[in-house]
Design a protein around this ligand. Structure first.
Ligand code: ADP
Length: 450
């Protein structure tokens, strides 16, 4: 087992990884930007190294500084967390070349799944159902028009290197496609330095359902059931549930088996998530994330498996040691992403936390780096906390969530907690009747009602 792990990340996820390390008796090294000097993960780590100024490009994405920090602190392994360098295949390779263990999948698997066009081709070869698409990148508007004709409108223009819901545009006819094509390409270039885009059939009312997998690279592969992440704004997840209210046990078992077979076939190692759209009883693969995800805690709650601990254990050469039959899915869990943002404009709301009280009691888990007096910096993602609630049934979980949100006090900044509270008053949400566009419709109806 590793003696010391460097955590190449910040915020709540750095803290989450630190907690797993501490429970495993592993020393931790925090790296941080100047803006994060007072961050909770830095305070709690055994050692810390400042790796650059506030700008993520010069700190959390600064590979030489991170490798130097690992060298001077004599770390054995580097955990990339999520975001930043977590899905950067070159980084994973460089970590290993410098003699450290990268806590994650092989660089080869990260590279394969990092390009959505390649990933979809691989998915097809592996027998996963996919959304009809342009069969590769479309290099010209003519090629895009031709592909759209074949697929049938509406179509979605997507960035091959995309992520975080960016570089995506819907087109309902050729005129809209001309515009969507150039906008998506521009966005793809700006965000991902890769202007390759492709076309997909745009599904109008799908749910986003993803399967959590865990594999040891030596034939041991299990799934931890699915998560329903259909509550989204701008294609970004806001609230997630495990298990999905839309699936029955048979469908769950079938998609789970399809995914684990595919992962076994490619010799996948580590944690990963295979994402699907689900419409009218059918699954369509959209992408795979080769890392821990923000919403991983709800899978932990319904299985009792600590995904970060398993990640570390597998990276250290451990085998899974249990099969699918031993993974028991019980109860229901929901995660609310608490973002520091203005409730109406959704503009980021950084600033000092003047009052803080996290909810507790049965079935409540809060993953957050906030504390009273902490200043939320303006330079990073607006996620400041994850409120995770477990119940024996979905109904108990919903009641508990309502209670927990009521207890949560975050003073000094604006957050989206009120939106989560309002969701819990909506019949469709409570009944589990929603799709990926439902939240936008809900908010539009709220605005219309004034
Ligand atoms: P990203 O990597 O940017 O998160 P994804 O491919 O995972 O992009 O898609 C994010 C979300 O965008 C999905 O959950 C869904 O809401 C929407 N989406 C993606 N592909 C389609 C599609 N073909 N039809 C309808 N909605 C889609």
């Amino acid at each position: 087992m590793f003696e010391k792990i460097l955590i190449a990340n910040r915020g709540e996820i750095a803290l989450r990884i630190l907690r797993a390390c501490r429970e495993m008796g592993i020393q931790t090294v925090a790296v941080h930007s100047t803006a994060d000097a007072d961050s909770m993960h830095v305070r709690l780590a055994d050692e810390s190294v400042c790796i650059g100024p506030a700008s993520a490009r010069e700190s959390y994405l600064n590979v030489p500084a991170i490798l130097t920090a690992a060298t001077i602190t004599n770390a054995d392994a580097i955990h990339p967390g999520l975001g930043f360098l977590a899905e950067n295949a070159d980084f994973a390779a460089m970590v290993e070349e410098h003699g450290f263990t990268f806590i994650g999948p092989s660089a080869e698997h990260i590279r394969l799944m990092g390009d959505k066009v390649q990933a979809k081709n691989a998915a097809r070869r592996l027998g996963l159902p996919t959304v009809p698409d342009s069969d590769g990148a479309v290099a010209t508007i003519e090629a895009a028009l031709e592909a759209a004709q074949r697929i049938g409108y509406p179509v979605l223009v997507k960035a091959a290197g995309g992520g975080g819901g960016r570089g995506m545009r819907v087109a309902r006819d050729p005129d809209q496609l001309r515009n969507a094509y150039s906008v998506a390409r521009g966005e793809a270039k700006a965000f991902f330095s890769n202007d390759a885009v492709y076309l997909e059939k745009y599904l109008t009312r799908p749910r986003h359902i993803e399967v959590q997998v865990l594999a040891d690279g030596a034939g041991g592969v299990v799934h931890l059931g699915e998560r329903d992440c259909s509550i989204q704004r701008n294609h970004q997840k806001i609230l997630e549930e495990a298990l999905s209210p839309a699936l029955n046990a048979g469908q769950r078992e079938e998609i789970g088996r399809t995914v684990t077979d595919a992962m076994r076939e490619i010799g996948y190692r580590g944690v990963g998530t295979v994402e699907f759209l689900y419409e009218e009883g059918r699954f369509y693969f959209i992408e795979m994330n080769t890392r821990l995800q923000v919403e991983h805690p709800i899978s932990e709650m319904v299985t009792g498996i600590d995904l970060v601990r398993e990640q570390i254990r597998i990276a250290a050469g451990g085998i899974l040691g249990y099969g699918q039959d031993e993974v028991r899915l019980t109860g229901h869990a929901i995660e609310c992403r608490v973002n520091a943002e203005h409730p109406e404009t959704f503009m980021p709301s950084p600033g000092r936390i003047v009052e803080y009280h996290a909810p507790g009691g049965p079935g409540v888990r809060v993953d957050s780096h906030l504390y009273s007096g902490y200043v939320v910096p303006a330079h990073y993602d607006s996620l400041v906390a994850k409120l995770i609630v477990y119940g024996a049934t979905r109904n108990e979980c919903l009641m508990r969530l309502r209670r927990a949100i009521g207890e949560y006090v975050i003073g000094g900044i604006e957050t989206n907690l009120a939106l989560h509270r309002r969701l819990l008053g909506n019949r469709d949400f409570l009944d589990g009747h929603y799709d990926v566009n439902w939240l936008e419709r809900f908010m539009a109806a709220e605005r219309a009602a004034g």
